[in-house]
Design a binder for this molecule. Structure first.
Ligand code: NDP
Length: 504
């Protein structure tokens, strides 16, 4: 095995359990490490450790909490490449990506919240109600919170959850996906080295059953979840039964609108980033690419030319920009969608398809590799157009730019098609007309939108889904609000209590 046995991390110490599972390298289907699976007593012990740490951590002045978190930021940046190698082995994402995105964007968010709380980000408001009375509000942390992560951005998700959680004075029990567990102990020990007190950040490992133990645990005040819509519904229902706070970062089927005046090169680059970055395993992917009928032939030609720049290969080679899918089960799911697109939806295959990728240096056929795939002339009812595939599968949807009798303009029809989904995570528009871009964006039903770009999600930008894609936001100033509760206090200075029970 490449890595030592991974234990849980509870109350500042490694914690062993007898039952284990394996983490597998998706590039070659070989085991990477044995992972201890949390049982019920371990989950309980992690929650209790958080409860014991909470009074002192929540009472620590924000500036002191900030100093500890900033030390963790420095350690993350110092160890960027070591951590990136672990993420590459665990997720199958190329090192060119993990070393520039995954740890960096996680550290940025930790730095953002550390600085925010040190500069008044947890302050409340004061309202001068009348000359002798005022109202003030304070923000109080929630308690012990659960973080449950998906496998596509493991350490980034762990940091996007733990950063505002800990900054606000809460403690966390974090459960990574069973498919990508390797970052968790590393992060917990890095936090401890930075000075985080024992019990403030705990790790339990395991599958959905361990997540469910956390979600239903009475000691958990909030569940921050990243994953599929179907799992998110279950998690939110379980949390609602205990009146727990939730943040739900779920899936999407996002529209990417190429308007008739868009710059062709930029639009094709945007569509490719929106479909093939991270081998398509990005929640905000713009998998429904709407292209004007008249532009479609040129768009396809340019797209096919640029597909040559997708380079599968040795994941540590800096030139490699396309890896395998994360697991066998996920690879099989994505291939089933591609076959469905061909055989049942009747979509036209422009590139890729379900057959194994051609022999390529550095690509082990035992791994979970697939071909980047493009379907063209798709229609809105196709299953590949309606459901989240979460793989490198782009659907091109042509649209007419002539106005019909039933619509006031082609844009109305286009926007109606873009919004015709139960999900609302992201959306984007490519056009040279910025007035039009803002008007279109304002009508798109999605929580994250881009104009003439795709995918960037900086620490300053609050992100979260509309409709079935989630509840609440992560990042930005608003991201901190999900980790505190408000207390309003009315202070009377008039010297007497206004009462209706006075003598007439
Ligand atoms: P899943 O919903 O399968 O799993 C997410 C996490 O929930 C995992 O840790 C999983 O454990 C755990 N889990 C499973 N069942 C339960 C349960 N009953 N109670 C509590 N926890 C449970 O998602 P994936 O891991 O497949 O991630 C891919 C999905 O995540 C995609 O839909 C993607 O769009 C979405 N996503 C959303 C993002 C956003 O910000 N909106 C960002 C990234 C991804 P285990 O895996 O170990 O079984």
């Amino acid at each position: 095995m490449k890595y030592e046995r991974q234990q849980l991390f509870i109350a500042g110490k490694r914690h062993s359990t007898s039952e284990t599972f394996l983490s597998v390298d998706p590039s070659c289907n070989k085991p990477l490490a044995e992972i201890c699976k949390a049982d019920k007593p371990a989950v309980h012990a992690a929650v209790e450790a958080g409860k014991r740490a909470f009074p002192s951590w929540s009472a620590t002045p924000p500036i002191s909490r900030s100093r500890i978190l900033l030390r963790a930021v420095a350690l993350l940046r110092q160890r960027n490449d070591d951590l990136a190698r672990i993420e590459t082995h665990d997720t199958g994402k190329p090192f060119s990506e993990t070393s520039t995105v995954d740890i960096a964007t996680g550290a940025d968010v930790l730095e953002y919240y550390a600085n925010l709380i040190a500069s008044g980000g947890l302050n409340g408001e004061t309202t001068h109600l009348r000359p002798d009375a005022w109202v003030y509000t304070t923000k109080a942390p929630l308690g012990v919170c659960a973080g449950i992560g998906a496998w596509n951005y493991p350490i980034q998700i762990a940091l996007w959850k733990s950063a505002p959680c800990l900054a606000a004075g809460n403690c966390m029990v974090y459960k990574p996906s069973e498919f990508t567990p390797l970052h968790a102990l590393q992060l917990a020990e890095l936090y401890a080295e930075a000075g985080l007190p024992p019990g403030v950040f705990n790790v339990v490992q395991g599958a959905g059953d361990v997540g469910a133990l956390l979600t239903s645990h009475p000691g958990i005040a909030k569940v921050s979840f990243t994953g599929q819509v179907s799992t998110g519904s279950k998690v939110a229902s379980a949390a609602a039964a205990g009146m727990k706070y939730v943040t739900m970062e779920l899936g999407g089927k996002s529209p990417c609108l190429i308007l008739p005046d868009a710059d062709l090169d930029s639009a094709v680059d945007g569509a490719m980033m929106a479909n093939f970055f991270s081998t398509g395993q990005v929640c905000t992917n713009g998998t429904r690419v709407f292209v004007p009928e008249s532009m479609l032939p040129a768009f396809e030609t340019r797209l096919l030319a640029k597909m040559r720049h997708i380079r599968a290969g040795d994941l540590m080679d800096p030139a490699t920009n396309f890896g395998p899918l994360v697991s066998r089960v996920h690879r099989d799911k994505v291939l089933a969608y591609i076959r469905h697109g061909l055989e049942t939806d009747g979509a036209t295959l422009l590139s890729g398809g379900p057959s194994p990728p051609p022999p390529t240096p550095g690509v082990n056929p035992a791994g979970f590799w697939v071909r980047p795939t493009i379907f063209t002339n798709c229609t809105d009812g196709m299953r590949i157009v309606r459901e989240e595939i979460f793989g490198p599968v782009m659907c091109l949807l042509p649209y007419s730019t002539t106005t019909t009798r039933t619509t006031t303009s082609y844009l109305d029809a286009l926007i109606a098609r873009a919004n015709d989904t139960s999900m609302g995570l992201a959306a984007g528009v490519f056009t040279k007309d910025l007035d039009l871009a803002h008007k279109v964006v304002a009508r798109l039903e999605a929580g994250i939108t881009w104009v003439n770009t795709w995918g960037e999600s900086p620490a300053e930008m609050a992100v979260g889904g509309w409709k079935m894609s989630g509840l609440g936001v992560e990042n930005g100033r608003r991201g901190l609000e999900g980790w505190v509760r408000n207390k309003s206090t009315l202070v009377e200075m008039g010297g007497s209590v206004g009462t209706v029970f006075a003598k007439l």
